[in-house]
Design a protein. Structure first.
Length: 429
């Protein structure tokens, strides 16, 4: 057996999506399988090393536009026409074939190069024991899987869904023509559909039924996970010195690292900071304009440190040296939106304050995890929780219940399942 993993994300340590691809590839390689990757070569900051692979290929991106970083207007303030235009662009360009560099903000488009892809597959030498994993999004990745599968029907195609193309609580389905089309290709032609949670799996099954396809028997939950053996470079002396003054505070340090989406009520959380004096909130990520906006609007600049974009090693250092890690869920009902950020946080062995209680699958998982506290988006309850925090009480012990989310376990279980499916396919020929 050999695995070919094709993804726009994979090299960039700062991307949660890349962490999923890297760890899946790494721990599949430990099952004594040959691993090949086809990844975007547009990366920045810290890059993962795929030296365990038989070969790493570049997935070329077409440069479209050099963009300046600007402050984004709140989606709720847009007119109906502006929202419609935004939804059309998001669903049919940005999330379909677009890739925006996390640091430079430059825009790239994903284009299928038939000659180049065929050359790669010829070099690898595909056969009936070859598994192709395409990781969505952008959603056009499904088109890559379809084209490869059509030309090489012997390949076992796994269409991996990190996010839903339809009925995704983080975006509107209005004008979602391309996303639905890409779903149809995967649902009809892929041999296996993987998702990051039971909720996304069930939603994909519903989406398939709406277009007359049944995918229940070829759907599989492959959680995001964490690596127990991850080499952590966050103890470098220069990093420690850089954040020494910030971390020396007697206040309870709450850290959030990553992107903040419209359905996440960072505004409500920051409003609660006005009513407490024992908290220092540290943010690092691409949504720094949003955090800066509310910090100034609410007059809480003394309680907020906005570090903007920082390298992954520094984000890990802050997570490790925080008192509490903040996780934001959607304020509307969710179905198993288990972000990779959650599993990344689990590894830090810290108390996690999770805001938003509308995801039943997530709530059920967290009931068995002693380090996670879930609160609704209720200001009074959040304020009460924050006021009762004591720095000396926030030293947690490792929770063995998180072991089932380790990539060591997840990759082995996934490989066993795929091997079983391959054997079933051979017996039916």
């Amino acid at each position: 057996m050999k695995y070919i993993i094709l993804s726009v994300f994979g090299r960039q340590k700062e991307r949660i999506a890349a962490t999923r691809i890297y760890n899946l590839a790494k721990y599949l390689s430990l099952t004594k399988k040959d691993i090949y990757t086809i990844l975007s070569n547009d990366f920045y900051g810290s890059a993962y090393d795929y030296n365990f692979c038989k070969r790493v290929y570049d997935l070329p991106l077409k440069f479209i536009k050099k963009s300046k970083k600007t402050s984004k207007k709140e989606h709720t303030d847009l007119t109906k026409l502006q929202k419609d235009i935004n939804n059309f662009i998001l669903n049919n360009i940005s999330s379909y074939k677009g890739y925006r560099s996390f640091k430079s903000n430059n825009l790239y488009f994903l284009e299928y190069n038939n000659k180049y892809i065929n050359k790669i597959l010829t070099e690898i030498g595909v056969d009936k024991n070859t598994i192709l994993i395409t990781s969505n999004g952008p959603s056009k990745i499904n088109y890559f899987g379809y084209r490869i599968k059509k030309k090489n029907p012997c390949i076992f195609w796994v269409a991996d869904y990190r996010d839903l193309n339809q009925n995704n609580p983080h975006k509107s389905d209005k004008f979602n023509f391309k996303g639905k089309k890409m779903d149809k290709l995967a649902f009809k032609y892929a041999d296996l559909i993987t998702t990051v949670s039971q909720g996304t799996k069930e939603q994909n099954i519903k989406n398939a039924k709406n277009i007359g396809l049944e995918i229940s028997d070829k759907s599989y939950v492959l959680y995001n996970g964490f690596s127990k053996n991850e080499i952590n470079n966050s103890e470098k002396i220069n990093i420690s010195l850089k954040y020494k003054n910030i971390l020396s505070t007697e206040k309870v340090i709450i850290v959030y690292t990553g992107t903040i989406y419209p359905s996440m009520r960072i505004d409500l959380f920051m409003e609660t900071l006005k009513k407490v004096e024992n908290i220092l909130f540290i943010y690092a990520g691409s949504s720094f304009n949003l955090v800066d906006h509310f910090s100034k609007k609410l007059g809480i600049a003394s309680k907020v440190i906005n570090l903007k974009f920082i390298p992954r090693e520094e984000a890990e250092f802050l997570q490790k040296n925080s008192d509490i890690l903040l996780l934001l869920k959607a304020y509307v009902k969710e179905n198993g939106i288990l972000t990779g950020k959650f599993f990344e946080y689990l590894q830090r062995n810290k108390k996690i304050l999770s805001l938003g209680d509308q995801d039943e699958e997530y709530n059920l998982i967290c009931r068995n995890l002693k380090n996670v506290d879930i609160l609704p988006y209720n200001k009074e309850r959040i304020v009460k929780y924050l006021k009762n925090l004591r720095k000396e009480d926030l030293k947690e012990n490792y929770d063995p219940n998180i072991e089932r989310f380790s990539w060591e376990y997840l990759a082995k279980e996934f490989d066993d399942f795929v091997s079983q499916k391959l054997n079933e396919r051979k017996s039916n020929i």
